[in-house]
Design a protein around this ligand. Sequence first.
Ligand SMILES: *Cc1c(COP(=O)(O)O)cnc(C)c1O
Length: 408
Amino acid sequence: MSEANQIPFLDLITPHVELEQELTEVFRRALRTAGFIGGPMVENFETSFAEFCAAKHAVAVSSGTDALRFALMACGVGPGDVVVTVPNTFIATTEAISQSRAIPEFVDVDERTYNMSAQMLERFLEKQCVRNSAGKLISLRNGRPVAAVIPVHLYGQMADMDPILELADRFGLIVVEDACQAHGAQYFSRKSERWHTAGSMGRAAAFSFYPGKNLGACGEAGAVTTNDPAIAAKIRMLRDHGQAHKYYHDIEGYNGRLDSIQAGLLHVKLAHLAGWNQLRRERAADYNRLLAGNEAVVCPYEPSWSRAVYHLYVIRTQDRDGLMKQLKEAGIATGIHYPVPLHMQKAYASLHYGATDLPVASRVAAEIVSIPMFPQITTQQQAKVVEHIRAVTSTATQSPNVLAEQSV
Ligand SMILES: *Cc1c(COP(=O)(O)O)cnc(C)c1O
């Protein structure tokens, strides 16, 4: 099959070719000023990214994983604390918890949005709780305090934040958003009666600028957003060896800074992010329309309170392997996000979860497949993807019973 007929999973070439002059100018500026670490390129990007997220502060760091870890640490999560999250996420979410010396625990997800179920969170928190001397309710897990919750805005759609924030308030939990897939996603709060942007609702939020994300660097990059100036200041220390002034270290930190060149490149691309997100929403609507009526395929569900930015377009089907094989043979790239939920990973065997403990996440993991989604995907490419999905699913749904009835 010729290269031209292949449909990639995402396109990391076209947007960079289109912006090549502006992007190259960033390198030139960095080379001529020897501004490689920190400086105005980083500060300007931080200001613009905070504004994009409708958050007061953004602190650029070296990856989404560092963003999550620094956010937890800056919020005071530490040794012995329990942090609750979902099992259907990238392992960075729980690595950040463990590396803050806290203990990850999982709650199941909503069957339709694949995001954290507030009901399951409530059940988890209510299972074991005490009142402290000040009369505040504290949830416990094996005698340890539940300190924080990380809702993951999966595939570019925000978790149902109202009830999660309410539970966090009731149980004194810190909320850190994993917004690594959700740059620009929006949520309508029934409580405040207005739209909120991902990264502005929790105590802090982590973003990744891994190249394939909706806003991607030309390398590794991430950021934390927060409305709390003290948390922003703490993260600035953590990313830079615990120093606010060179060689005066108030705490031990990390080498977690963002390169100036990456910040400059991200700043150029940030100007296009809203437009790219809009295109993703339009292409998602096209897929929804083209796949409508196909009973063997479940399309992404967007509640009325959500404006998703479709980092991924994920469908569900019983014959996932058959579908992936058909698409692969047609030169169409697909992916699974994620094939093994975290509670079933070897790395977390010591947490003693079983396959049946989180039934929704486990069921969904066996049926999901991500199909090509990027702002520049063409109508013809989408039509071809759907044509090949139809080719497998139309036969897959014809169970012997259905055929027997039809022949009567
Ligand atoms: C990409 C991603 C991360 C990690 O980001 P990196 O920049 O790769 O470290 C964390 N959480 C989620 C949900 C992600 O998709």
